[in-house]
Design a binder for this molecule. Sequence first.
Ligand SMILES: NC(=O)c1ccc[n+]([C@@H]2O[C@H](COP(=O)([O-])OP(=O)(O)OC[C@H]3O[C@@H](n4cnc5c(N)ncnc54)[C@H](OP(=O)(O)O)[C@@H]3O)[C@@H](O)[C@H]2O)c1
Length: 274
Amino acid sequence: MNTSRRKVVLITGASSGIGQACAEVLGARGHAVHGTSRHPRADGAHHRMGVLDVTDDDSVRRAVASVLAAEGRLDVVVNSAGFVLSGAVEDVSIDEARRQLDTNFLGVLRVCQAVLPTMRAQRSGLIVNISSMGGAAGLPFQGLYSASKFALEGLTESLRLEVASFGIEATLLQPGDVRTRVRDYRVRAQRSGPGSAYRETFERVMAMVESGEGAGVAPEQVAQKVLSLVERQRVDVRYSVGHLSQRAALVSKRLLPARTFEHIVMALHGLSRR
Ligand SMILES: NC(=O)c1ccc[n+]([C@@H]2O[C@H](COP(=O)([O-])OP(=O)(O)OC[C@H]3O[C@@H](n4cnc5c(N)ncnc54)[C@H](OP(=O)(O)O)[C@@H]3O)[C@@H](O)[C@H]2O)c1
């Protein structure tokens, strides 16, 4: 690849799923990719791996410093680290909620704050925040996950406005279901077990959700979309990727009356009113 087009890229959550696929696809394309996670595996064929825990300020600072020491610049950040907290809103403890927001929302904020001084000095940079369709519509029994992604959406919209004059861009990518290890990493609210008023419905909805994830698109499809964003001159506010039916659902949210859309979401999850 022509060195002027070769981007230095930092990716969080690159030990698995979407982040890992991004590291492999962007690395194979010739970009200088630094993948990170709390428990990094060996370097990939075309990318390095390092330690970065998005919930730890020092860890974020060290990881960014290490990329800058190795490359002297940082062009792109892909914020992919995240997990799903499942459970009825009533059943989620405040500590569980805090951990969800600390990773999925504050984690992205920490990384953005750590890289922006460099991007401002360069007068260029791109931040790709991996949101979710759960960041466009509240999902049942994933309320705190949806809240974390709605927060990420608002943060990214604001950030775009603030950094545009420095030549920096930020964008959101909303994947539908993707076949990753999201199920292994899922945390169930402790109060979701015996004694929860929602238990039966919760278990039924979670079985549907997990079967949807298992039938999701390959993470490489999301990575190809990220690659296209990295190599674009300008990026829009948000993009979606995934099965057509799920992307169509996002469009229908914009077009339909809110209550009609809610009715569809309930029906899709086998939920009904009393
Ligand atoms: N899979 C889907 O269906 C789907 C759909 C829409 C959106 N998304 C979003 O896409 C992103 C990636 O999801 P995925 O499905 O690819 O996930 P995944 O396969 O479960 O992998 C999660 C990644 O996040 C890392 N991670 C977790 N906590 C971390 C922390 N505190 N600091 C740094 N890294 C951390 C994990 O690495 P370590 O354990 O090694 O730290 C791992 O690399 C998430 O933001 C998720 O919300 C996923």
